[in-house]
Design a protein around this ligand. Structure first.
Ligand code: HEC
Length: 157
């Protein structure tokens, strides 16, 4: 096993390097290192996607379930995720999503959705799933807002 006990901060910090240097297709490097305030957000779609900070636990608050977001999240699921994920416990190509929030933290899920390549490079849990599923989840190119809506849908499963 490559990674045993690194804390998530180390993993996430390391992932920025992997994201920029090890994952093709990421576009240009961002204008400043992650966490640097004052660096203007990029307007380029590709590079801004790479530059987005990994999501931390504290970035996500789960209040009462928002049914509008659930519906929007389900629509995204139907279009972009259903081919590989069931909403039950069974694996299709990737793991089923039933009770996924009992198994995974919300921020971990968001990072898997938005920063798929980086997670597969550095996160032991994501790597284990890759070993089991034998297919790399392709990044579906969701915005943060779209990812959050899918997360809301997952809360109902
Ligand atoms: C081409 C197949 C495919 C598509 C499409 C796909 N995924 Fe995945 N997904 C996977 C695989 C395979 C895994 C297991 C991890 C890996 O090997 O990459 C996974 C893992 C995940 C996980 C972690 C699940 C767990 O229990 O650990 C989440 C969350 C996830 N995907 C979300 C999504 C979302 C959201 C979408 C749609 C926007 C999506 N996936 C579309 C194949 C896919």
């Amino acid at each position: 096993m490559k990674i045993m006990k690194y804390d998530i901060g180390t993993i996430l910090a390391g992932s920025f390097f992997l994201l920029f240097f090890a994952c093709g297709g990421g576009g240009e490097a961002p204008s400043g290192p992650p966490g640097t305030s004052g660096a203007p957000p990029s307007t380029d779609a590709v590079s801004s996607k790479s530059a987005v900070l990994m999501i931390a636990d504290a970035d996500i608050t789960l209040g009462a379930i928002d049914s509008g977001m659930v519906d929007a999240g389900k629509a995204i699921y139907d279009m972009k995720c259903q081919a590989c994920h069931s909403t039950g416990p069974n694996r299709v190509v990737g793991p089923g999503w039933a009770k996924i929030l009992d198994r995974r933290k919300p921020a971990w899920i968001m990072n898997m959705i938005l920063h798929t390549e980086a997670m597969l490079e550095v996160d032991p849990t994501a790597q284990k799933a890759l070993e089991e599923c034998l297919v790399r989840m392709p990044n579906q190119g969701l915005s943060k807002e779209e990812g959050r809506k899918v997360l809301e849908f997952m809360r109902t499963l």
